[in-house]
Every structure is written in C-alpha cells, then in structure tokens.
Design a protein. Structure first.
Lengths: 184, 184
DNA sequence: TCGCTCATGTAACATGTTACATGATTAG
DNA sequence: CTAATCATGTAACATGTTACATGAGCGA
C-alpha cells in the first residue's frame, strides 16, 4: 500500500489536486522511488477521502479538486514511516544477481562490465546535479532531493565497486585455472 | 514479467518441479531478490509450457511434473539478462527517503538512526554467513549466494554511511542555528 | 478559433497475495 | 495408522498498467 502513503506524505507538505500529485510522480520521485499514473491516483484519493485521511478543501476551474490531509491522515503517514521497513523486498536487480550463475562465463563478464559502466554514467549525472548546491544543503539538510541524491551517490558507487571486484575475482579464477590446466 | 524469467533462470541450472521451484523462493532468493508463491508459480509454468519455453520431461509420484527448459527458453532468458535493466524501479526504501522531509525533525533523526542501526545488524549477519567461505568463493567466483552476499555487504555498508552522514549534517545545522539564534 | 495543457475519470488486462481445496506418499 | 511432507491446483481480492474517453480554459 505504498501509493497510499506516498500520497499522504506529499499532502503533508501542502494541499494538492490529483493532477498536481500526478506531476510529482513524473519527476525524480517516479524515476528513482515509486511510479504511479493518474489512473491509479484518482481512485486512491477517492478511497483516502472515504477513509477520512484526506478531504477536498476547494473546487476550482475545470473540475479541479484540491485535497488536504486530515489529522487521521497525518497519523497514518507517521505510523507508516516510523514502523519497521517492509518484509521481503522485490528487487529486479538483485534477482539478476542471483541468476548470473545461470549464464555462460563470458556473458556474465559482459553483464558485470555493463553494470560498472552504467554505474559510472549515473554517478557522473548525480555529481553534476549536486555540484554548486552545497549551500542549499547546509540550510536544509533534510531536503528530499539531496537526501536521495547522496544516497544514490553512495549506493551506486558501492555497486560499481562490487561489479569491478567480481570481475577481478573471475579473472583471478581464470588465470589460476589456465596456469594449472594449461588452457587459455 | 520477472517471475517468468526467474523461473527460466532457475531451470537453466537443472530441471525441477513446481514444488522444487517454490522451495527455491523460500530461501535467500525470496528474502533478498524476488518473492513468489506456489499459486503464482504453477500457472506461470503452464503458460511457459504453452509458449514452448519449458516442457514436462517426466511425471513422478503424487502427480509430480518435472520441467526442463527448451532452447527457446534459454534464448529468452539470455535476452532478458543481457538487455538494459528495467526502467523506473519501484523501491519503497527510496520512497521513504523522498518523504523524510515530511516528518518533524526529531522523527526524521530517529528514523535515520534506526536505519543505521538496522544496517549494522544486517552487516553482522552477512559477515557471519561469509566467514569461512572464502575457499568456495575462489573456486566458483560466480556462485550466486556469494555474489549477492558481497553486493549486500557493500550496498548496506553504503546505506549505513549515508544515514550517519545525514545525521551529522542535521546536527551541524542545529548547532549552527542554535549558535546564531540562541535556541537550544 | 485552434491547439495545448489542465483536469478527471473508467475499462480491460496483467500481476501478485491470501485463502480455500484436494489428495498421494512416506516415515515412524 | 497417522502425521508430516510432497504436490498440485483454483478463487477472490488487491494492486498496477495501458488504453479509452471526455471536456474546460487559456494563449496565440
């Protein structure tokens, strides 16, 4: 039920319409954290209204409805954020790791090399985003963009290091076996 | 369609029944990478059979059917593994990061502290799993358990460092503001 | 007035979860 | 014989995606 809590979390910041919330998912939020389309958001807002977690505070042009979070909604959001994280994550990247051993060795090496290269590209992009923004960061250390960007920088760096280390281990194993068994 | 490819990847290694595959998802695979229940696996095997990606190679006691991958199945698995990773990951942890700024500062600090502590616990567990297994690793550097374990070690370490750095930044901002505005 | 963006909704389908349901084989 | 495990399946529901559908307001 993460969409429900994502919507509540966004509405904690300020009231918004379904359209506004849809736009929020089209940026970094949708790219790195959670995707959602308007076709899922509108029914979910209706459900949240029925549950008393949000309410329509104004209706504007073109049928626009502005939603605001209620006290119950704030409480549910806080509970969700503070409770222990999810059991059993679903992570397609890690799934691929588990399946690397089902590939031929050369394919596995090409895959790992691709992961390392892709990580380098992403790191360059994030460093570009962060450069020149250190001042903002000091003034608001919880700013969500920075928190997520620093997270990505560190985690993607770790992934690059992991892929390179795995490649080194494979090379070491190949050299050892070619040395002892005479294969190239 | 990751379940489909997870099943193909497992069947590349050796033929198995739906029951065997269900068991495979109950271990580390299900915990860290991808979950699936028998109620999803059996229909998916039927679909893969219809698509010519797997075939029943023997029927045993209690209606047991052993499935083996076909040439087409191998090709589809390889294509999926080697093609560029998914667009738009869904990651509940990163979603929470984006929403940290919707919390009160004290709540945010408690959350980050909890992430750092939880990361330390997980790291201890993984180090325990890895200790004494270095020899196996050298003999099979692609072994899926080790590849995923080393990945987790590095990524979770990066998460712990990130959470601690974020806490430091918050403390620094608090001290700066209490120094200039006289609040404690 | 014409095209773009704003703004909301529904329907059909795919995927994933929980619960229900059945029965065979084997070890003690 | 009886309990645990092996082994397969379906049904109802929840969640998420893609496509279909409509119309208002605004700027050129």
């Amino acid at each position: 039920m993460s969409l429900r809590h994502a919507l509540l979390g966004l509405l904690v910041r300020e009231p918004a319409s379904g359209y506004d919330l849809t736009k929020a998912f089209e940026g970094a939020l949708g790219q790195f954290a959670w995707q959602a389309r308007h076709s899922q958001i509108y029914p979910e807002l209706k459900r949240l209204t029925g549950d008393g977690r949000v309410e329509v505070v104004s209706e504007g042009a073109r049928g626009r409805k502005t939603y605001a979070i209620t006290g119950d909604g704030r409480a549910e959001f806080r509970d969700w954020m503070m409770r222990a994280p999810e059991t059993g994550a679903r992570n397609e990247f890690i799934l691929r790791l588990f399946l690397v051993s089902s590939l031929e060795r050369d394919e596995a090496k090409a895959l790992l090399r691709g992961y390392a290269d892709s990580a380098d590209e992403q790191l360059t992009g994030i460093r570009g985003f962060l450069s020149g923004r250190e001042d903002d960061w000091e003034s608001d250390p919880l700013d969500h963009g920075h928190l997520a960007a620093d997270y990505s920088l560190r985690v993607i760096g770790a992934i690059r290091d992991w892929a390179l280390a795995a490649l080194d281990r494979i090379d070491a194993a190949e050299n050892a076996s070619s040395g002892s068994r005479g294969r190239s």
